[in-house]
Write a protein that binds this ligand. Structure first.
Ligand SMILES: Cc1ncc(COP(=O)(O)O)c(C=O)c1O
Length: 284
């Protein structure tokens, strides 16, 4: 027994007893959506933004969401029951359980599952020395703006990165970089922050938006424009952003050294600003 409490459709259960039916469409078709929310000091950070994105994902796959106010209350209860204040909260909503058929069934209740887990934390050198990235062909589908549980290409790309001793895999489509397997990508050129624009091939990261806003507040020029692979290699700084990742600088891409080979000043400034925001999250 792990002592971990999970949430399934309004019920709080020991993790080992938490289960969904084998005909759940999330299990059979990957017919579901999810969010990962970082909790700082017991308070979910950017919860509204995550729920907004959950709504957008639900709309995109024609899924009727349950009441999200109730879901938020239950999420807080889950954190309490697990005694967690620094953790990640996983929220998954699948289409529900019904006999297998491809068409979207009507009138079935979605399956809602939540778990909260302590965040393992990165080795300190990830941020002090920077990490490696590899690039991989973007072989995902054309609806990457939906945060779907269908993550097989991302799983394979991230595993390839891990085998190569890299932190993340950058998806490259027609010579242009999109995002990573579970994070967004930024480069710095002559002091300006550049990130690929939000298209159907990119997930609108909550951390991405936070970092853009932070940069603007700090007076850093921000441009959302297409970034070619050559431009990525030649940039002064590169970093990736994500809810659990926060901001992690990259110093090597496919064996090519980025900038000075050390995390740069724009990363440092933004990371300091970001930790300031998250440290205040528990005060809200
Ligand atoms: C494909 C992809 N891009 C970007 C992100 C970063 O999004 P966020 O900052 O909202 O965590 C994620 C997060 O899991 C992701 O899966």
């Amino acid at each position: 027994m792990t002592g971990i409490t999970a949430y399934v459709n309004g019920r709080f259960l020991p993790l080992g007893e938490a289960a969904v039916g084998i005909e759940d469409r999330g299990y059979q078709f990957g017919d579901g959506i999810y969010e990962v929310v970082r909790v700082y000091g017991g308070t979910p950070f950017k919860m509204r933004e995550h729920l907004d994105r959950l709504r957008r994902s639900a709309r995109a796959i024609e899924l009727d969401l349950p009441d999200l106010d109730r879901l938020t209350e239950d999420a807080l209860e889950l954190l309490k029951r697990n005694g967690l204040r620094e953790c990640s909260l996983y929220i998954q909503v699948t289409r529900g359980v019904c006999p297998r058929k491809h068409t979207v069934p009507r009138g079935i209740a979605p399956t809602v599952v939540m778990t909260a887990r302590e965040v393992a934390g990165f080795p300190a050198e990830y941020r002090s020395r920077g990490v490696k990235l590899i690039t991989v062909p973007d072989d995902r589908w054309a609806r990457c703006y939906i945060k779907t549980t269908n993550l097989l290409p991302n799983v394979l790309a991230r595993s390839k990165a891990e085998r190569a001793g890299a932190y993340e895999a950058v998806f490259v489509r027609d010579g242009f970089v999109m995002e990573c397997s579970s994070s967004n990508l930024f480069i710095v050129e002559s002091g300006a922050l550049v990130t690929p624009p939000l298209t159907n091939y990119i997930l609108a990261g909550v951390t991405r938006a936070t970092v853009i806003q932070l940069a603007e507040e700090l007076g850093i020029e921000v441009r959302e424009e297409a970034v070619s692979l050559e431009r990525l290699y030649r940039s002064d700084e590169v970093f990736v952003t994500g809810t659990v990742t926060e901001i992690v600088p990259a110093v090597d891409i496919d064996g090519t050294t980025v900038g000075t080979g050390k995390p740069g000043p724009v990363f440092s400034l933004l990371y300091r600003g970001y930790t300031g925001l998250t440290a205040g999250a528990g005060d809200a």
